[in-house]
Ligand binder design. Structure first.
Ligand SMILES: Nc1nc2c(ncn2[C@@H]2O[C@H](COP(=O)(O)OP(=O)(O)O)[C@@H](O)[C@H]2O)c(=O)[nH]1
Ligand SMILES: [Mg+2]
Length: 306
């Protein structure tokens, strides 16, 4: 099977994303008088969300866990999101998903790695898939063909991606008849808020085609806008200001245009990166994002039956 895709050379082996290097400088963003989405930032809310997410079960008995795949340009914060969520349940900030450095345009992630989020000892019913790094030196992104193979559930855990060897029946461990547990139930596009205005023009076409293929597979999609602390000073100081920041709001609108997705599917997050300790409001925003993802994963599970 071959795909053509809106990349520079139109080849199915072309990497999907090119990474812009220039950041939007941190500015004193104008603030809205009222939050444009209602949020509760209390400890009770944090506990409520933790309980809700950890007791989550897919609404079909035959499906044991919601399988979520994070997709987006290198450095967008995919691995950081997984680590941040795991940190909340771990009780302190950890880096479990090989978070890369922001200065590198090489992804650490070239190997399929599924993270089962653990609550207090017990695994939760959510698996987050990252394409995890196995070394450095090479700068290969994932091809459309390989990405769709992951979503369809054909790719075995730990598979090393290589543009010269597209996933196929001869791939070691290839899952030829994927069950609902192997398939991805929700694709999460991850976009860096501070770069939405500088992403390459081809991004929009790339996302649009990607979304078309994924929708065709009946898989729901949502988006995370990360690095919100880097586009608005007030939000950087106090994350509870995120829905009052005009810069964040504009970046989310822009992300919606880029992805061809209504803003209602998009949520902002601030991942843990330099902090050593958890922070209540940061947790609330991250947990809200996970809850949002799980609602859409459930829709897919319900749509698809067994
Ligand atoms: N300030 C800030 N930095 C972030 C955020 N998310 C990720 N980062 C940083 O961005 C860099 C790339 O993140 P990473 O998770 O490796 O991106 P990935 O390539 O999409 O997996 C790392 O240095 C992270 O610490 C965020 O929300 N805010
Ligand atoms: Mg990564």
């Amino acid at each position: 099977m071959s795909f053509t895709f809106g990349t520079s050379n139109g080849s199915s082996t072309a990497s999907l994303f090119h990474i812009p290097q220039n950041h939007v400088p941190l500015t004193a963003s104008p603030m809205l008088e009222k939050e444009w989405r209602n949020m509760e930032w209390s400890e009770e809310e944090r506990e409520k969300l933790m309980a809700c997410v950890s007791s989550f079960k897919p609404m079909k008995e035959s499906v044991s866990q919601a399988r979520v795949l994070l997709i987006g340009p290198v450095g967008a914060g995919k691995s950081s999101f997984i680590s941040s969520i795991q940190s909340i349940f771990f009780g302190r900030v950890i880096n479990c998903a090989m978070v890369g450095s922001s200065s590198s345009s090489c992804s650490f992630t070239k190997k399929l790695h599924s993270f089962c989020i653990r609550g207090s000892g017990e695994a939760m019913s959510v698996v987050m898939c990252d394409i995890m790094g196995i070394g450095d030196g090479e700068c290969i992104g994932l091809t459309l063909h390989d990405m769709l193979s992951v979503i369809k559930g054909h790719v075995p855990e730990g598979h090393k991606f290589s543009p010269d060897q597209p996933v196929g029946a001869d791939t070691e461990g290839f899952i030829s008849n994927p069950s609902m547990n192997d398939k991805v139930h929700c694709v999460v596009f991850v976009v860096d808020c501070s770069k939405v205005n500088s992403y390459d023009k081809s991004f929009s076409a790339t996302f649009e085609q990607l979304r078309e293929y994924i929708s065709h597979l009946g898989v729901h999609q949502v988006a995370l806008v990360t690095h919100v602390d880097q586009v608005c000073e007030a939000t950087g100081r106090d994350i509870t200001q995120v829905y009052r920041s005009k810069s964040v709001q504009q970046a989310m609108t822009k992300a919606g245009e880029l992805l061809g997705m209504p803003t209602s599917y998009i949520v902002p997050v601030k991942n843990y990166c330099s902090e050593l300790n958890l922070e209540q409001s940061t947790d609330v925003l991250l947990l809200k994002a996970l809850d949002h993802i799980l609602q859409y994963a459930n829709l897919c599970v319900l749509d698809k039956g067994n």
